[in-house]
Design a protein around this ligand. Structure first.
Ligand SMILES: Nc1ncnc2c1ncn2[C@@H]1O[C@H](COP(=O)(O)OP(=O)(O)O)[C@@H](O)[C@H]1O
Ligand SMILES: [Mg+2]
Length: 607
């Protein structure tokens, strides 16, 4: 048995050697060498093996036992395409470029590597190619890494000026969205079922919660006229669900009580904290209007993981249904990039069996011209239909045994070649494209971004123009009626932010306030007057030596409005004037070098 195994190993090793000689001595010669070997008896074989080993040491620079990466390169023609990816390498030599084609994007791409091995960089290589060819995309960024693209030279990439970045969960550039807005043409009931299914995975909720949520929101959608009106006045949001749960005091059975508690927990995850703006807008950003632009969605680290997962999956589902309603296309319309893509897939066995709709999405979306790039550090966490069936596999260095095993299978590597996956250097990867490129070694260019250079202020500035247009448009489109006290003709993010800024920075001049919010004087005043008219804020004149200062203060109504949006609002302790002078006095002493602490609590933190 041992001997047979050994012979088998020898034969396999010599076979691989002959194959790896092909690109250098020619296919014919290598084949005949191999055939001769096979036709020889045991003794001759040993001699031949020595001979073959000798030539490969000489020309491939490969010592016996050393596992240099030698994967036969595809032909130059096969490697051509529109989107440059990197240089094919064989035997330490860079041969020629490998490029992707439209169809490769459409049929889905997976990038796998251990953290720090160059996944994001490779993704950026793609994104820049798409940018230059005006193919729009959305990137879901989990680590605030993609904003570095702005640090590139705009002379080389003028299209970077069009790149939009939204900070999901933070006030920098909030994304005033509402998951309850279905893709155009999709029935609200269908969409509601999708939301429930996504919650089931992201928030590990069960069927019971789905049942409760379906009940609440079917009723809510109906109330808002979704059954009869083509364009209802406004969308429901997560606050509606909470209100409904609070008002519905009927007695529940123990099991139902548990469902209801879980439902409240889930609803609260979307209404509590700064990210509530992103998930509850009554006049939401229309996703379809972003689908013809290059966009980065930066998920904040502080955003609870279930909420991040929910955002990513619902986005995928939204785009999927939207594309289906648009019909089939062989042209590349748009590309979605998902970092940390393994979060899209069920992890435990129970979930794996119970839901397979992501699998359907990955299959169906292909026919619609929608590209998908899944980026992950764990190929072993990807289900077989993604890891094994994805059209284009890009694997950079891997460490974990499970991941190496999964990728070996996905790349169709031969026995023994899996060590390559551990040998890859930073910036190198194995690329396999179904039907065109068998696994081969590729060196990717380094995108010369300067990490850490792009600040929040920079992003704010670059987005200011776009946001001004968007707000103007949303005011024009707005059919929204006030629902909370204080909400006027629309409650898009900036309006909420305006109130929040008054809460957080009570002692601020109007000019400074507008500056912080990125508002010009005119828009700022418009919002201010609207809130003054409906009694959410009031102004207070303070006479100082230098002249008159006007400060803004929230009324009880304004505070109630913010509370409704999930913000912690401090109770009014003293009059604004009192606070102002205390602040001034403290400032005075601080400027004289004293350490001052004001007795009052501002924003829930000691000032
Ligand atoms: N093609 C490359 N050539 C040279 N260095 C690279 C290349 N790709 C990545 N790197 C280096 O590796 C670092 C990590 O890359 P990154 O793309 O952020 O990895 P990941 O997303 O896998 O964590 C980069 O900052 C860069 O210094
Ligand atoms: Mg990364």
């Amino acid at each position: 048995m041992m001997l047979v195994m050994r012979i088998f190993d020898d034969v396999e090793r010599v076979g691989q050697l002959c194959k790896s000689l092909e690109p250098v001595i020619g296919k014919l010669k290598a084949k005949s060498l191999w055939n001769t070997y096979l036709a020889s008896d045991w003794k001759q074989r040993q001699e031949l093996e020595q001979y073959i080993q000798l030539i490969s040491t000489k020309i491939l620079n490969k010592n016996p036992g050393e596992s240099k990466i030698l994967l036969n390169p595809p032909s130059k023609e096969a490697a051509t395409g529109e989107f440059y990816l990197g240089q094919i390498v064989y035997n330490d030599k860079e041969l020629y470029p490998l490029s992707l084609r439209e169809e490769d994007f459409i049929k889905d791409i997976v990038i796998v590597a251990t953290t720090g091995e160059g996944k994001t960089n490779t993704g950026m290589v793609f994104a820049l190619e798409l940018l230059q060819k005006n193919v729009p995309f959305i990137i879901v960024d989990w680590k605030r890494g993609w904003r570095a693209l702005y640090s590139l030279d705009k002379k080389d990439y003028p299209q970077l000026n069009n790149l939009l970045t939204f900070t999901i969960g933070r006030q920098v550039v909030p994304f005033a969205w509402n998951p309850f807005r279905a893709p155009p043409g999709i029935n609200y009931k269908t969409w509601l079922a999708v939301i429930c299914e996504v919650l089931e995975k992201s928030h590990i909720s069960g069927q019971g919660v789905a049942h409760v949520i379906m009940n609440i929101y079917e009723k809510k959608y109906k109330e808002l006229g979704f059954d009869v009106l083509l364009e209802p006045k406004q969308y429901p949001n997560f606050f509606d669900g909470l209100k409904e749960m609070e008002s519905d005091k009927k007695r529940s059975y123990a099991r139902e009580l548990q469902w209801r508690q879980s439902t409240v927990r889930i609803l609260k995850s979307f209404t509590f904290g700064p990210h509530s703006i992103c998930f509850n807008s009554r006049n939401p950003i229309k996703l379809e209007e972003l689908l013809d632009k290059p966009v980065v969605f930066e998920l904040d680290q502080e955003l609870p993981k279930p909420v991040r997962t929910f955002f990513m999956e619902l986005l995928l589902r939204w785009v999927h249904l939207y594309r289906l309603s648009q019909g089939e296309s062989e042209k590349l319309r748009h590309v979605l990039f998902f970092e940390e893509a393994h979060n899209l897939f069920p992890q435990n066995k129970y979930e794996k069996e119970s839901t397979n709709s992501i699998e359907n999405i990955y299959r169906e979306i292909r026919s619609t011209g929608q590209g998908l790039v899944s980026i992950t550090q764990h190929s072993s966490l990807l289900p077989q239909y993604v890891a094994g069936n994805s059209h284009c596999q890009i694997t950079l260095a891997l460490q974990h045994e499970d991941d190496i095993r999964a990728s070996k299978k996905a790349l169709f590597l031969e026995e023994g070649q899996e060590v390559y996956l551990d040998k890859l250097k930073i910036g190198e990867g194995l690329v396999k494209i179904k039907g065109r490129i068998p696994a081969c070694l590729v060196k990717f260019p380094l995108v010369p971004v300067r990490k850490g250079e792009i600040t929040d202020e920079y992003i704010k500035k670059i987005m200011a123009g776009y946001l001004t247009d968007l707000r103007a448009k949303s005011r024009r489109d707005s059919r929204i009626e006030p629902i909370y006290p204080g909400a006027n003709s629309n409650d898009s993010a900036i309006v909420n932010e305006f109130l929040l800024d008054i809460e957080n920075n009570p002692i601020s001049t109007t000019v400074k306030r507008y500056e912080r919010l990125g508002l010009n004087h005119k828009t700022g005043n418009e919002i201010k007057y609207r809130f003054m008219q409906d009694g959410s804020i009031k102004d207070k004149e303070i006479i100082t030596k230098q002249g008159k200062i006007v400060l803004l203060d929230l009324t009880l109504k304004g505070k109630e409005y913010l509370r409704n949006l999930g913000y912690k609002v401090s109770p009014t302790l003293n009059g604004l004037e009192h606070r102002f002078w205390k602040h001034k006095i403290a400032e005075y002493y601080k400027s004289k070098g004293y350490k001052v602490s004001v007795e009052e609590v501002i924003n829930g933190r000691p000032a």
